[in-house]
Design a protein around this ligand. Structure first.
Ligand code: NAP
Ligand code: ZN
Length: 346
């Protein structure tokens, strides 16, 4: 086994503590990644707040970059020292129809998540990227573009790909009208990516103080979602609305903003929702969701970001300040993604 340092929560409500954990010895197709930067996703907060004691201990972190530290005997694509990135899926069955389509994120055997997932070979529970080292199958390692700030690339691996797949699936391009609900980690990348694809972007926010930032990120219009008149102004105008809000909320007002035959794609808060079917019927609207991305789309996103110079807007903190990052994220005090610099435990 390979011992490494990681931030772990032992039980529901327990703070993260720096502990030694064991990574598996390299299998022939494994890559060991020395983690340099790991993004702090709102999903990490959800995981740490979970009440199910059986889901602990938890080492969060599922969007990280680093360098290859060692490779297994059959690894052909990577060599020690290569700059790489890893997202929130680290394995899948590889043979089901979803995997064959390159949608490993929907693997019928369920993909192995970067933390809290179950390794398909030894059955152990995966520990995430708030850690000095991670061991991952070669297939789920991505080459990160040269020339981009590694810290600002890390959030592309969860926040970025989660909004990229729906943007691509729903054919966003020159002149498409796109709404983005919630200007946080996912939301600010949705704005940048939609804008770079040529879309006309409208941001819905509960935080009027973010309006100038939204425009600087590429938004053409900003709607304060708590203002009914402002919401009425954009009714029926958007071909795709991506909802990234992290808390349970009514989808009705955002469905109202969707144009005929348009789509509301809810990727933020997961859980049951109540929808008035008339709100779909009138205008033949679609309600959809999405999660993470497959391997081809993930590499496509990284390449697109490399070509267009797109990265997340990040606030980098030494990893020992992880509690501050989580606390401020919970209070919606982040512009627009915290990233942990793991050098202080490497
Ligand atoms: P985040 O950075 O905290 O951003 C969430 C944004 O939602 C906030 O900036 C805020 O934007 C808005 N918001 C928060 N609380 C709200 C409330 N009570 N009512 C209305 N708006 C509220 O979070 P994130 O990391 O982007 O993640 C967003 C959500 O996506 C989380 O629930 C996360 O678990 C989920 N997620 C899903 C996937 C997937 O695969 N589907 C992947 C990653 C994350 P404004 O201030 O602009 O209103
Ligand atoms: Zn995430």
């Amino acid at each position: 086994m390979r011992e490494t340092q990681a931030y772990q929560s032992a039980a529901p409500g327990a703070p993260l503590a720096l502990v030694a954990i064991q990574r598996r010895d390299l299998r022939p197709d494994d890559v060991a990644v020395r983690v340099t930067h790991c993004g702090v996703c709102h999903t990490d907060l959800h995981a740490l707040h979970a009440q199910d004691a059986g889901a602990f201990p938890v080492v969060p972190g599922h969007e990280f970059v680093g360098e290859v530290a060692a490779v297994g005997s059959e690894v052909t694509t990577y060599a020690v020292g290569d700059p790489v990135a890893v997202g929130n899926i680290v394995d899948s069955c590889g043979v089901c129809p979803m995997c064959e389509l390159g949608q490993e994120n929907f693997c019928v055997e369920y993909p192995t998540l970067t933390y809290g997932g179950r390794d398909t070979i030894d059955g152990t529970v995966t520990s995430g990227g708030y850690s000095a080292e991670y061991v991952v199958r070669e297939r789920f390692v991505y080459r990160r573009p040269a020339g981009l700030d590694p810290a600002a690339v890390a959030p592309l691996m969860c926040a970025g790909i989660t909004v990229w797949e729906p943007l691509r699936r729903w054919g966003v391009g020159e002149g498409t009208t796109v709404g983005v609900v919630g200007l946080g980690g996912l939301g600010h990348l949705a704005v940048k990516l939609a804008h770079a694809l040529g879309a006309k972007v409208t941001v819905f926010t509960t935080s009027p103080r973010k309006a100038d930032d939204a425009r600087a990120l590429g938004a053409d219009d900003v709607v304060v979602s708590t203002d009914e008149q402002d919401m009425a102004r954009v009714a029926g105008s958007l071909e795709l609305v991506i909802d990234t809000v992290s808390a349970a909320h009514d989808l009705g007002p955002y469905l109202a903003a969707v144009a005929m035959d348009g789509t509301l794609c809810s990727v933020g808060h997961l859980g049951p929702v109540t929808v008035e079917t008339l709100a779909l019927l009138i205008g033949r609207k679609r309600l959809s969701s999405s999660g993470s991305g497959g391997r081809p789309a993930t590499q496509e996103l990284l390449d697109f970001c490399g070509e267009h110079g797109i990265t997340a807007d990040v606030e980098v903190l030494p990893s020992r300040q992880v509690a501050t990052a989580l606390d401020r994220l919970e209070r919606n005090d982040v512009r627009y993604r915290f990233v942990l610099d793991l050098a202080d435990i490497g």
